[in-house]
Design a protein. Structure first.
Length: 234
């Protein structure tokens, strides 16, 4: 385990997890649906590697990036709307053809729940896709709260999604911990006053997580319980 500080003194009451890149590698399905959308508007396909570098800011931003080939690009509104409709239909119909949990995720979530921790998902993915994806992967019952990209007016890194999860869980920021794979997650946690832990295997591998505020950087989610002296998973 790659930690920037010693193991934490006491466990939180609640753990907030990012979804894509933290619990689930969803890029294969996202790529399939992005390319269906691109084909529908006469644009060339993109690679899985490109999509892997574009995720994190919600589906609408992902489609802008795919349509323009630029991280900060803005596609014409009519083209974006047409592509978005195809993407939503494709992903909504089959969000979990090729998506997979990262190693140890299901076992780790079960171990944390057995310790009495309340778990939540806080993601920029639209909420209507989150429940079906979690159910298909067999972890839908693990979470007391789901906050998606359309649950609040603003996306991470704004603190609003994290604050919404805390309110639903009736948990103070000081009693929670956010686990994510990107600088977006670290910034959202920091802005909400929630401590953060990073996983190294996700979609932002070049991030300097300690500099971004992470208390620890994990090589696998199964290392998370060890932060409180509990047995690691896997």
């Amino acid at each position: 385990m790659e930690c920037s500080i010693a193991p934490l003194r006491c466990p939180p009451q609640a753990l907030l997890f990012d979804l894509d890149g933290t619990l689930v590698d969803s890029v294969p399905d996202l790529t399939r649906c992005v390319n269906a959308a691109l084909q529908a508007v006469g644009r060339p396909p993109v690679s899985e590697a490109q999509v892997r570098g574009w995720v994190g800011n919600g589906a609408a931003r992902l489609l802008h990036r795919a349509l323009t080939g630029c991280r900060d690009g803005e596609a014409p509104a009519s083209q974006h709307a047409a592509a978005m409709a195809v993407f939503d239909a494709c992903y909504g119909a089959e969000p979990c053809r090729d998506s997979r949990l990262y190693p140890g995720v299901a076992q780790t979530l079960a171990a944390l729940r057995s310790r009495g921790l309340r778990l939540a998902v806080v993601t920029n993915k639209p909420k209507r896709f989150v429940g079906p994806l979690l159910a298909a992967l067999g972890i839908g019952d693990c979470f007391a709260c789901l906050v998606g990209g359309d649950s609040t007016a603003r996306l991470k890194p704004d603190p609003q999604p994290v604050e919404t999860a805390l309110a639903e869980l009736r948990c103070r920021a000081s009693d929670a911990l956010l686990v994510g794979d990107s600088r977006i997650d670290m910034a959202a946690g920091r802005a909400a006053g929630v401590a953060t832990v990073a996983v190294r295997y996700g979609y932002d591998p070049d991030c300097d997580f300690p500099a971004a505020g992470a208390l620890a950087v994990l090589g696998s989610l199964g290392e998370l319980p060890a932060l409180w002296g509990w047995p690691a998973v896997g």
